[in-house]
Design a protein around this ligand. Structure first.
Ligand code: HEM
Length: 529
């Protein structure tokens, strides 16, 4: 067998003009290696000294290690799996309301400062590339960095999520409620345990797939709500910390054939195969294949509408649709599951709500509109309290003010610095929501009677220009589904405790300590009157 000798290899290199390269075995090569070995620690030392004493954020309080290296966050989020949020909570107790959480990012824990960071379009705010890149939604409104790109992309989709547009699709939500009802009725008759969280995820998944892509994801037609359809979204969420710290994995994941991915990582496989399926549908829409529905889905309209050439590319358009799918399933489904949990554990609240619902739902199968339900005072505060305790997005989403120095309690944050708050800290701020972990809808009524406006602190959907585009759909789902749930059945929790819903780990959305959020129940009564 031919083996190139060192001489042969060298001659070849010389021939191709690489004569200047150091030769293996040469003393110069050893010198370079030695320099690299010694240089690396020196480089790290110089960089650390710079970050600690000369960096523009060097005056911001916080642990030295977090100021020196992103490995601090890596340790808590990747090695200890989703625990950096609790470390940040601890650091705030030690260092105060403003801390430097990474070499380049400042975190503030002050519910009254939130609007400064997540500001309206009068004050320019940008997203931070590294923080959105991990979601691989390049070109979508969600992933846009500059306000100009964001405005242009969001303008294409926000009309489909206006109050009026969502009101127009209430029948789609009711179709899914009816299917869920069949499951609950069957579980009652057969005395079987029902996976309430999976049922709600099936419902939100069917609705958003139907509305955005025009097909029924079929979750509610499936006996167990086709639970593994959640794997794609959960896959993305569970991998997000790792992909943030080791971005090359994203590229590798996309390059690997699906069958290899299936063997290596079932979550990554679920994510990539779901995305590939949706891309296929987007491509067909672009080629003019219609979903043959009376109401054309958002993606079909987008793919055939007049928009600047640069916005029409299939992968970009699909990322826009996939952002709706990711945003629209677990967030709302978890809120519904958490509401179900608290309503099952508190008969007084459930009965009070049921009595109020009777005013617009004379029979259990009445179909009140979202707008009717919103006018019910107790229903409204149950929804607010549900959202407060379910958090929605757990991970911080920093903003940078490129042309403005933010000032907080005498600390000047230079323009362009990523600054964040964590929604959970606002939603459980004991100064605003005393006894914050108790499900207490009446707190909203008591505060209103005192003239205090708690809704100012409802940051579940973020604030400012980047506020959730699907907020109206989420509200409509919460109102319509919870009304039907409370008016139609009595349920008892089955092998489910607060531990199964408690926020213990941050994987983008809140996860319990072990596995996914889980609310299982027995239907003890189907209400007839
Ligand atoms: C309880 C339910 C929901 C919660 C708590 C929630 C929360 C949020 C938050 C906090 C953001 C801002 C993210 C950031 O700053 O990086 C956001 C953005 C977004 N959400 Fe939601 N969301 C919910 C439901 C939905 C639904 C039903 C959809 C379906 C369309 C959706 C689609 C989106 C999209 C596309 C964005 C990006 C918007 C933009 O940047 O213009 N979300 N959501």
């Amino acid at each position: 067998m031919y083996r190139p000798s060192r001489h042969n290899l060298r001659t070849t290199l010389d021939l191709f003009g690489f004569a200047h390269l150091p030769r293996f075995g040469d003393s110069s090569m050893a010198g370079i290696l030695l320099l690299a070995l010694c240089g690396l620690p020196v480089y790290i030392a110089i960089k650390s000294i710079y970050r600690l004493y000369f960096h523009p954020l060097s005056k911001i309080p916080g642990p030295k290690l977090a100021a020196i290296t992103g490995a601090y966050e890596f340790y808590f989020n990747v090695i200890k799996r989703g625990m950096f949020i609790w470390e940040m909570e601890r650091l705030h107790e030690v260092y105060g309301p403003i801390i430097r959480v990474t070499p380049n990012e400042v975190h503030i824990k002050d519910s009254d400062y939130y609007d400064e960071i997540y500001a309206s379009n009068k004050r320019r705010r940008e997203k931070v590339y590294d923080r959105v890149a991990k979601f691989d939604l390049e070109g979508s409104g969600f992933s846009s960095i500059s306000p100009e790109d964001h405005r242009m992309r969001r303008a294409q989709i926000e009309k489909y999520f206006s109050r009026q547009s969502v009101t127009n699709i209430e029948h789609v939500i009711y179709e899914s409620i009816d299917k869920l009802d069949e499951h609950f009725q069957r579980a009652f008759k057969t005395n079987q345990v029902v996976g309430v969280d999976a049922g709600f995820a099936g419902l939100t998944s069917d609705i958003i797939h139907n509305y955005a892509y025009g097909f029924n994801s079929g979750n509610l037609d499936h006996e167990n709500f086709n639970e593994n359809v959640r794997d794609g979204v959960n896959g993305l969420l569970k991998l997000a910390h790792l992909l943030f710290h080791v971005p090359i994995l994203q590229t590798i994941m996309k390059m690997l054939p699906l069958w290899v991915l299936e063997k290596c990582n079932p979550y990554a496989y679920a994510l990539q195969s779901q995305k590939a399926d949706l891309l296929d549908r987007t491509t067909k829409f672009i080629q003019g294949h219609s979903a043959e529905l009376k109401n054309r889905p958002i993606m079909e309209i987008l793919c055939t509408s007049d928009m600047p050439e640069e916005l029409r590319e299939a992968v970009r358009l699909n990322n826009e649709g996939f952002a709706m799918v990711i945003g629209g399933i677990e967030t709302t489904a978890r809120s519904l599951a958490i509401a179900a949990f608290w309503l099952m554990t508190n008969d007084t609240i459930k009965n009070k709500l049921r009595e109020e619902l009777r005013t617009v739902m004379p029979t259990p199968d009445s179909r009140p509109t979202w707008s009717q339900l919103e006018q019910l005072p107790y229903m409204s505060v149950v929804v607010s309290e549900t959202l407060r305790l379910s958090t929605g997005i757990a991970n911080r989403s920093p903003r940078a003010a490129p042309s403005e120095a933010l000032v907080y309690k005498g600390y000047v944050i230079p323009p362009g610095t990523p600054v964040s708050e964590t929604n959970y800290f606002v939603l459980t701020d004991p100064e605003i929501f005393p006894d914050p972990h108790t499900f207490d809808p009446d707190r909203w009524l008591r505060a209103a009677a005192r003239g205090q406006r708690l809704d100012k602190y409802m940051v579940n959907f973020s604030k400012g220009t980047r506020i959730c585009v699907g907020m109206n759909l989420a509200y409509a789902e919460l109102y319509l589904v919870l009304a039907a749930f409370v008016r139609r059945y009595d349920m008892e929790l089955f092998e489910t405790t607060e531990k199964d819903i408690a926020f213990a780990r941050d994987f983008g959305t809140p996860y319990p300590d072990d596995g996914n959020i889980r609310v299982r129940a027995m239907v003890t009564k189907v209400i007839e009157e």
